[in-house]
Write a protein of this length. Structure first.
Length: 157
């Protein structure tokens, strides 16, 4: 029992970090790519940042890429935990939301409209749960809890 709790704690720690860092890096890459695109079109870097903050296509791209990164974090959490994968994925999503809220309260600059931010928060946990389900689906056919390949367990009378 203690090993299961310890494994869950490690899974939530690693998965929570994966969701937070993965989303931050993914969104930064999308933002950076758009600013580079705009500066090549003749805008200054400051003009590019200003335009990017309200560009619907960039916001949508950042949202999608961020949610995929969060799903990967939920998947990672579920795989490390090895049991209750969707629940562990949800835990990683909760960690991600809590860290984001702490950063927001600490004064992190938000340039997106409030509606975008709310949608991102609302979709974070379901995205992480989806990652947890993918972790469960990818391990379902591998082995039974006894270590015997599924379908080859001894039949009980």
């Amino acid at each position: 029992m203690a090993a299961s709790i310890e494994r869950s704690f490690v899974a939530l720690t690693v998965g929570g970090l994966a969701t937070v860092l993965g989303r931050r890096v993914a969104v930064l890459v999308v933002d950076w790519g758009f600013v580079v695109f705009l500066t090549q079109r003749g805008l200054s870097q400051d003009q590019g940042h200003d335009r990017m903050a309200n560009e619907p296509l960039v916001m949508l791209g950042g949202l999608v890429v961020g949610l995929v990164a969060i799903a990967i974090g939920g998947f990672t959490t579920g795989r490390i935990a090895g049991h209750a994968e969707p629940l562990h994925g949800a835990g990683a999503g909760v960690v991600s939301v809590l860290v984001s809220l702490v950063l927001l309260v600490a004064g992190a600059r938000v340039t997106q409209p409030l509606g975008y931010v709310i949608v991102a928060y609302v979709l974070t946990i379901p995205s992480a749960v989806l990652g947890g389900y993918v972790a469960k689906w990818t391990t379902m056919g591998a082995h039974a809890p006894s270590g015997v390949p599924r379908g080859h367990e001894p039949q009980r009378p």
